[in-house]
Design a protein around this ligand. Sequence first.
Ligand code: CMP
Length: 138
Amino acid sequence: ATNRTFTMIKPDAVANGHAGAILDRIIKAGYKVVALKYTKLSAETAGQFYAVHSERPFYKDLVSFMSQGPIYAAILEKDNAIEDFRKFIGATDPAKADAGTIRADFAKSIDANAIHGSDSDENAAIEGNFFFSNFERF
Ligand code: CMP
């Protein structure tokens, strides 16, 4: 069935000049862009976005990394979007990502891993709502 996922092109990929190439691959892979913005998380908003990870040992580094520079945030629509997009971007740890995936090609480390993809319908909705109002979705 058609569903929607949420993604961010993370500060490392934006700073390294890969955002255009990554967006191009996403669109060519058949994802419809429902919403898109170039923005920057503060330490406070990154902390809120990742609140689900607040008890994890990597939380502090994650919040600091994600607020260090601008990102692109987007809502994407496709048949089986959540599952397909996670395969398309590759494993969280780029050392374990399959060849040809976004993380294999653009990510440097488990923190600087270039891109985010929602892990469930429920989280895709929560994450999309964090960044976008109904007037920003088409
Ligand atoms: P993402 O799934 O987009 O959101 C949580 C992020 O935490 C994850 O990407 C990684 O970049 C980062 N992270 C750092 N260490 C870990 C870890 N051990 N397990 C999972 N995520 C981690």
